[in-house]
Design a protein around this ligand. Structure first.
Ligand SMILES: NC(=O)c1ccc[n+]([C@@H]2O[C@H](COP(=O)([O-])OP(=O)(O)OC[C@H]3O[C@@H](n4cnc5c(N)ncnc54)[C@H](OP(=O)(O)O)[C@@H]3O)[C@@H](O)[C@H]2O)c1
Length: 285
């Protein structure tokens, strides 16, 4: 019998990619299943589900620094995740959850899975709380990822739009990490499921040389032969005159040794970036 999969947050970047990969899955957006609602989660027909892939999250990092955003982020990323954990625990359902490098302060330049939590911002705090909830379940995977790019609002699309408007952007050059394309997250989730890997936390980003947001933007413009120039600015300069801007870790690179040790080979981010840009440009023309 096929594994019966439930995808929550199916309208997000990762949710959309998962729904394409698993067309037979039950894929529900926030209107169809609000994970913060104890009632909705409790009354869901769980007998039809073997695996929950939780792609639902509050991801507005700066928004989470506002009074309303702080509440919403805690509701979705901590309370909602605890609701799903409870449902999974009661019926021995496998729960796959997505974490972030923002649970760390970025003082280490290569984060391993067992690094103690040290979030700098509200989003990171709420995501750490969600990770702790999921870890109470024996049958779980937490995929910890960074800088996600897929179908939706994201950094690559923003930089492409700026270039098309003729803008030469100033981009932060002291935050270092690697992009993670949703195609890569989906491939890793499928790998964990099909090889029945040991439960626990696995880091997952694309591979390749860690780079700054400014360098990624330059690579983008080179790949699609745009002449726009990119000026480096520091995170500190970027904050000047802005309120409610979340503090971000300077080092977001994730150590990929553990996921490689179970037979998964991450793709270099520059390769996936090239493919992503070609598709973006083809769709727009
Ligand atoms: N984006 C990144 O750069 C990044 C980096 C590291 C880790 N991550 C993690 O990766 C995962 C996927 O991120 P993403 O980029 O795909 O996020 P996304 O595009 O923002 O999608 C999140 C989805 O969650 C849904 N959602 C919000 N509240 C919900 C609720 N109460 N019940 C059900 N669904 C709800 C949203 O629906 P509505 O639109 O209806 O609100 C949205 O469709 C998240 O766990 C995120 O924390 C992301």
């Amino acid at each position: 019998m096929d594994t019966r999969i439930l995808i929550t947050g199916a309208n997000g970047q990762l949710g959309r990619a998962l729904a394409l990969k698993y067309p037979k899955a039950i894929a529900l957006n926030s209107d169809q299943l609000d994970i913060t609602s104890q009632e909705q989660v409790k009354s869901f027909p769980w007998k039809d589900v073997d695996v929950i892939i939780n792609a639902a999250a509050y991801t507005n990092v700066d928004g989470a620094e506002t009074a309303e955003g702080r509440i919403a982020a805690w509701q979705v990323n901590a309370v909602g995740v605890a609701n799903l954990t409870k449902a999974a625990m009661a019926r021995d359902i496998k729960l796959i959850h997505i974490s972030t490098d923002y649970v760390f302060d970025g003082s280490k330049d290569n984060h391993q899975e067992d690094e103690p939590f040290s979030p700098l911002n509200v989003y990171g705090q709420t995501k750490a709380a969600g990770d702790i909830a999921v870890s109470l379940l024996s049958n779980h995977y937490v995929l910890r990822t960074s800088w996600v790019i897929g179908e939706g609002k994201n950094f690559v699309r923003t930089m492409l739009e700026l270039a098309k408007k003729g803008i030469n952007p100033k981009v932060v050059s002291d935050q270092i990490g690697r992009l993670t394309f949703t195609s890569e997250l989906v491939r890793a989730i499928d790998h964990l499921l099909s090889c029945n890997a040991e439960p626990g936390t696995y880091n997952l980003s694309n591979s390749g040389k860690p780079a700054s947001w400014a360098d990624i933007t330059r690579t983008m413009y080179d790949l699609v032969k745009l002449n726009n120039t990119v000026t480096d600015i520091s995170t500190e300069e970027y904050y000047v005159g802005k309120t409610n801007v979340a503090q971000r870790p300077l080092n977001s690179s994730l150590d990929l040794t553990k996921i490689c040790s179970i037979g998964f080979t991450p793709t270099d981010w520059e390769i996936d970036l090239g493919e992503y840009l070609n598709k973006e440009l083809a769709n727009k023309n």
